[in-house]
Design a protein around this ligand. Structure first.
Ligand SMILES: *Cc1c(COP(=O)(O)O)cnc(C)c1O
Length: 416
């Protein structure tokens, strides 16, 4: 059988139906269809409107703190060169961090929230709803809702509400209402279902602010476009600082928004190797991981077709990761397509490997990375010693790790 021809560009998707090859689409209730079409129409107008772009640019600069720095991680580079020498390899590429941890609210999530709140304003919506797992997207949504004076309801699984109390309190301080969801296992998947249900019943006045590059079309595309500022900046910064493109770029994949944001501007640079990191949890043999692309199957969830963690009967599994932000049983549809087309490699990293990279980065760089980002760093730790000294790796430091110190203490058997 002939393989389908490779596209000339990996940056043209999705098509008018919201498909990336066989992935994506908009599998939603009939009542939502007019809203989804309206959102798509408004987004198409907004993205070419100079006024919209100027307002987003202004907030990105003065409120969120962009552009984020591209930092030469000299301490980690030196450490990995020592490792390389000890193994008799004599190599070790230069490692750079794209510092999304320095953004307001401590991660890349603000990029998407600022874009979408401006879209909600443009559409004349009166109320914001959002879903959250660990609470990071809930906090970022509550932040922009506070800034723009919108009432905000955040759906959060009851199990997550119990284990993420500092973020629940932050959302309340910011004026949001947190609604615990008891359906299912009370986690992110259930919160997302409940948010979609709210949207169906309050179609006129409500804007649904989705937190990752997933959900029905046009969300995967518009979230990607708002997050692509990461890759656009990184590409210009590395050309400025090194005079050439990187050899490898790496990012952690939960739903996939920080990763597609870094990757998208590099997709047509054929010599740049692109690696997405999934949560390997306690290993891919059992069910305690979140590696939907390495151990899942295509199916439909939250309005789109994509790789999902499922059992033999097609039931969606909850998954597990040390890092709450990677704990989503699916992945954005564009990643599924990039996986199958072979343009991007997706590799699992175990809890223990991420924990080690977290500690190493903290010690040799004086930067406490988010556990999600530590997954990406852990992969760099594996491959950089085998690379040449004149090669360059960019790791997306998607967020800061202050939120994770309790989890880490727990894993290390320490009390704070
Ligand atoms: C939420 C989060 C992620 C995972 O979400 P994506 O949509 O895959 O980017 C990764 N890193 C941090 C710091 C996060 O807060």
């Amino acid at each position: 059988m002939n393989k389908p021809a490779m596209p000339n560009s990996f940056r043209t998707g999705p098509d008018e139906q919201g498909m990336f090859g066989i992935f994506g689409g908009r599998f939603v209730a009939e009542t939502l269809m007019p809203l989804i079409l309206d959102l798509e129409d408004q987004w198409n107008k907004a993205k070419t409107d100079p006024e919209f772009k100027a307002e987003l640019q202004n907030l990105s600069t003065h409120y969120a703190g962009r552009p984020s720095k591209l930092y030469f991680a000299e301490g980690l580079t030196k450490h990995l060169r020592d490792v390389s020498s000890a193994k008799g390899l004599g190599g070790g590429a230069k490692v750079y961090f794209k510092r999304e941890d320095l953004n307001h609210t401590g991660s890349h999530k603000i990029n998407n929230c600022l874009g979408q709140i401006l879209l909600a304003k443009r559409m004349g919506k009166k109320r914001i709803i959002a879903e959250t797992g660990a609470g990071q997207h809930g906090v970022a949504s509550a932040t922009v809702a506070a800034r723009f004076g919108y009432p905000c309801v955040v759906y959060m699984g009851a199990t997550d509400v119990a284990r993420q109390s500092p973020n629940v309190f932050r959302m309340k301080l910011l004026g949001a209402e947190v609604r615990p969801v008891t359906a299912g296992h009370g986690t992110l998947k259930d919160a997302m279902n409940e948010a979609l249900r709210d949207w169906v019943t309050n179609v006129e006045d409500t804007y649904y602010l989705i937190g990752t590059a997933a959900g029905p079309h046009p969300y995967p595309e518009l979230v990607r476009d708002f997050q692509s500022v990461i890759g656009t900046e990184a590409r210009a910064q590395i050309l400025e600082q090194e005079g050439r493109l990187p050899d490898v770029i790496i990012a952690a994949v939960g739903g996939g928004s920080n990763a597609i944001g870094l990757f998208h501007p590099f997709l047509d640079d054929k010599d740049v190797r692109i690696i997405g990191i999934e949560a390997g949890g306690r290993g891919l043999d059992g069910v305690e991981h979140c590696a939907s692309m390495n151990a899942g199957k295509p199916g439909v969830l939250h309005g789109n077709r994509t790789y999902l963690l499922q059992n033999a009967d097609g039931q969606i599994l909850d998954g597990h990761s040390i890092s709450a932000g990677l704990d989503y049983p699916g992945v954005g549809p564009e990643h599924s397509w990039l996986r199958d087309s072979g343009r991007v490699e997706y590799v699992p990293i175990l809890d223990d490997e991420a924990l080690e990279a977290f500690q190493l980065t903290t010690r040799v760089e004086g930067i406490i990375p988010a556990l999600e980002s530590a997954h990406a760093i852990a992969h760099a730790v594996k491959i950089v010693p085998k690379m040449d000294k004149d090669q360059i790796v960019i790791v997306n430091l998607s967020g800061r790790g202050d939120k994770d110190v309790h989890t880490v203490a727990n894993m290390l058997g320490m009390e704070i």
